[in-house]
Write a protein that binds this ligand. Structure first.
Ligand code: PMP
Length: 421
């Protein structure tokens, strides 16, 4: 309460240098040189409600990972921090199934990894091919356009699948330096097949860039075996770390392209020549200051990768599939229709439900939030007004959580009177 706050304030003030009068200046506004007073909200404690995060992310973070993030800060260039970053690199190599040396975690969310991949491997004017079947292809096309690439898109409706023949035809036509595909299309609920595409990209001298932000740990991906040249993910989905760090890996082909470029990447923060040194990947003896890494975020990411290593990737994939199938059956038992008809193409981490006839999806989601403290979300980008999304990822991926989600949906269907969408 207020008493504790004042005591805290007094304690802080008694520790200030003696030249500053300890008691009065911050309380006596008339004596202050400040025109902006301390905001009243800042004199109240932080409040964070409990929520079931059963949307497409962030996911609830298990206590063990939260505790890792709450450890004391150390310097971002201390040897112990370098060790932790080395561990993270190994954890990512395992999660991606790659031996790539050029493996790091970006300081930033999934978008930082998207921009890092494109800014470093593409130069202005070069051709980029993007598969668009949901929002993530749209985003990558825009990012590539902004840095001056010549962008070509292959477009399908949300959840659409590109055949390898279609992809090869487009590779031959546009001769891109980079081809982008989303593995776990979270706006559509699609797990896009990846096999064979890496080989086609090699044949056409194209780098294959794959987004696994929403699928890593939940659906199989094999970076090396599938000849994926650049792969990235996010921390806040099946990995269950807080948002704010993003693993990314480049193979030799990708390094060859990005380290022989003629122009410097447009972003200093995302420049892999600096980041590779910061992560100790460039073979130089000294790891130099480039930017201050998110120390707590790295602690938490390390813990999440440790949990994945302990669980085992195959076990994690199997578990996500089992719980997802349990959820899908339950949804169909409620009379709901799944947006991705073919079971094998459904993303196990994020399920998309076709909006039930006559219901207003916003009303359903608001009802579930209000009465069940549970987040589910609507569509995103091209899938807006088409789907409701339910995510059960990592720590949240449990049959009892599927039961909670199903009960909340059943309750909403009973109580949200059918109205025009
Ligand atoms: N790609 C996919 C497939 C995603 O699901 C997301 C996050 N919803 C992103 C990229 C972007 O990640 P972030 O929000 O962490 O920047």
């Amino acid at each position: 309460g207020m008493g504790a706050l004042l005591a805290q304030q007094a304690a802080v003030e008694s520790s200030l240098p003696p030249m500053i009068s300890p008691l009065q200046p911050r309380l006596d506004r008339s004596m202050s040189s400040l025109t902006i007073p301390p905001p009243a909200c800042m004199l109240r404690p932080l409040e964070v409600p409990f929520r079931y995060l059963f949307g497409p992310g962030p996911s609830n973070v298990p206590p063990r990972i939260l505790a890792a993030g709450a450890r004391p800060i150390i310097g971002h260039l201390h040897p112990e921090m370098y060790e932790i970053m080395n561990d993270i690199k190994k954890g990512i190599q395992y999660a991606f199934q790659t031996q790539n040396n050029m493996t790091i975690a970006m300081s930033g969310s999934g978008h930082a990894a998207m921009e890092c991949a494109i800014f470093n491997t593409v130069e202005p004017g070069e051709s980029v091919l993007v598969a668009v079947n949901g929002i993530w292809g749209e985003r990558v096309a825009e990012i590539a356009e902004r840095m001056g690439a010549s962008v070509h898109t292959m477009v399908k409706a949300p959840g659409g699948v590109f055949t390898n023949e279609e992809i090869e035809k487009a590779l031959a036509k546009h001769k891109p330096v980079l081809f982008f595909l989303t593995h776990g299309e979270s706006s559509a609920g699609l797990a896009h097949p990846v096999d064979g595409i890496g080989d086609l990209c090699r044949k056409h001298n194209t780098l294959f860039l794959v987004d696994t932000v929403a699928s890593l740990g939940a659906a199989p991906i094999f970076m090396d075996q599938q000849n994926i040249d650049i792969l990235y993910t996010g921390s806040q989905k099946a990995l269950n770390a807080p948002p704010g760090t993003a693993p990314i890996s480049f193979n030799e082909r990708a390094c060859q392209k990005m380290f022989t470029r003629k122009t410097k990447p447009v972003s200093y923060l995302l420049d892999m020549s600096h980041l590779s040194n910061y992560w100790g990947n460039d073979g130089k003896p000294a790891r130099l200051y480039h930017h201050t890494g998110p120390v707590s975020g790295f602690f938490a990411l390390r813990e999440s990768l440790a949990i994945l290593a302990e669980t085992g990737l195959e076990e994690s994939w199997k578990h996500h599939k089992e719980v997802a199938e349990y959820l899908w059956t339950g949804l169909e038992d409620l009379g709901l229709k799944l947006f991705i008809r073919e079971k094998d193409l459904r993303l196990p981490s994020v399920t998309t439900i076709a909006i039930p006839q006559g219901y207003n999806w916003r009303e359903i989601l608001q009802y579930i939030m209000k009465h069940h403290q549970m987040e589910m979300t609507g569509g995103l980008g091209p899938s807006i007004n088409m789907v409701i999304r339910v995510g059960l990822m990592g720590y949240n991926c449990q049959k009892r959580n599927a039961d909670l989600a199903l009960a909340a949906l059943a309750d909403a269907l009973r109580n949200c009177k059918k109205s025009k969408a």
